[in-house]
Design a protein around this ligand. Structure first.
Ligand code: NAD
Ligand code: TYD
Length: 360
């Protein structure tokens, strides 16, 4: 069986990928994660007795750890999920985003190149470095604009998006300059189980369950293209197996929704699953001060991956949201762990000055 070195695999998308990879026997996994605030070791507790899974706590900026892991485990594939991933945090403190997303990706590329150059010709040709990126590198769309394609010019607007754009350019350069067999995927907003509740969907679910205000930035008409995380993981595996090297694929859910609609649908599902006798969850909706530089619309054109690798998102938004909400309802211990003191300080920092513009 192949060996995948996954970075950032205790986070949201990486953990879903690892669970799927072990369940489907795609590969044995070595997971290098720094365990930042965004991770919860309990997320992968079910793999603790799995001999095909190894966890290493460490930073992708640490070149010694990278060299020794590559030497020890000799992976066939490296998948870089590790990142600072939250736009609002990148606005309040961008430093870590440059450190991990730009410099960390650079260190990982350097270590991978040195490792790859020493492999046998056959191993070299089979090796892959897959970098997970975002549609946010393409900037913001107007309502009538066509969706982002792989050759849409980069125009990042937040420090997060700029740091991911920088990392994408480095990955591209390592392919063109050194021949490192890289792949880049740019996906839209993911949702599903195990997402840290600083992001819109889990934040709204958990606030609603605790009868707290549901903060909607600006007029709630910003659009995101929501992709169910398991569909995304399946796309990544197809890219690894079948893509030519140096390729870029956009991965989206064909599912553009305004934030207002997303929040309303979550509220409607919660009204069914956990009805309150005295109010509807939507009465908690609150319009608050907008995010600075808030991108208006993202949309992914995923015709390339559909045409070349025969991939389509399978989950529809209502069933995906229902699965997601059920997961949060049935994992109270996980939720409690991620809503620790550090999370409470984040909520204070991000929302205290966001005065309510109007209640719903
Ligand atoms: P996440 O924030 O949930 O998880 C990131 C993980 O990376 C955490 O476990 C964290 O501990 C780890 N990490 C952070 N810095 C590290 C470092 N220096 N060294 C090692 N590990 C480190 O993020 P996610 O939502 O799972 O996103 C995964 C990837 O997908 C990121 O690259 C992100 O930019 C990209 N992406 C995410 C989305 C989304 O909707 N979540 C959308 C588009 C692209
Ligand atoms: P988010 O989940 O932070 O992802 P991204 O900024 O990467 O798209 O936000 C999704 C959308 O939801 C985005 O338009 C911002 C908006 N949003 C709110 O309206 N309220 C919130 O409390 C948060 C966290 C996000």
């Amino acid at each position: 069986m192949q060996k995948f070195l996954v970075t950032g695999g205790v986070g949201f998308i990486g953990s879903n990928f690892i669970l799927k990879a072990r369940k489907e026997q795609w590969a044995n996994i070595i997971n290098l994660d720094k365990l930042t605030y965004a991770s919860n070791p309990q997320t992968l507790a079910q793999l603790q007795d799995d001999p095909g899974y190894h966890f290493v706590c460490g930073d992708i900026n640490n070149i010694e750890i990278l060299h020794s892991l590559l030497e020890q485990y000799q992976p066939d594939v490296i998948i870089n999920f590790a990142a600072e991933s939250h736009v609002d945090r990148s606005i309040l403190s961008p430093q870590e985003f440059i450190q991990t997303n730009v410099l960390g990706t650079f260190q990982l590329l350097e270590a991978s190149k040195i490792y790859w150059e020493k492999l046998s010709p056959q191993q070299r040709s089979q090796f892959r470095f897959l970098h997970i990126s975002t549609d946010e590198v393409y900037g913001s769309l107007n309502p009538a604009d066509p969706a982002f394609q792989e050759d849409t010019p980069y125009a990042p607007n937040s420090p997060y998006a700029a740091s991911k754009a920088g990392s994408d350019h480095l990955v591209r350069a390592y392919y063109h300059t050194y021949g490192l067999p890289t792949l880049i995927t740019n996906c839209s907003n993911n949702y599903g189980p195990r997402q840290f509740p600083e992001k819109l969907i889990p934040l709204i679910i958990l606030n609603a369950l605790h009868d707290k205000p549901l903060p909607i930035y600006g007029d709630g008409q910003n659009i995101r293209d929501w992709l169910y995380v398991v569909d995304h993981c399946e796309a990544l595996y197809l890219v690894l197996q079948h893509s030519l090297i140096g390729e870029i694929y956009n991965i989206g859910g064909n599912n553009e929704q305004t934030n207002l609609t997303v929040v309303e649908r979550i509220c409607a599902i919660l009204d069914e699953l956990v009805p309150k006798s005295n109010f509807r969850h939507s009465s908690l909706m609150t319009f608050v001060k907008d995010r600075p530089g808030h991108d208006r619309r993202y949309a992914i054109d995923c015709s390339k991956i559909s045409r070349k690798l025969n991939w389509q998102p399978k989950e529809d938004f209502d069933s995906g949201l229902l699965k997601t909400i059920r997961w949060y309802l049935s994992h109270p211990t996980w939720v409690k762990q991620v809503q620790s003191g550090a999370y409470q300080s984040w909520v204070k920092q991000n929302y205290a000055d966001r005065i309510t513009v109007r209640s719903h």
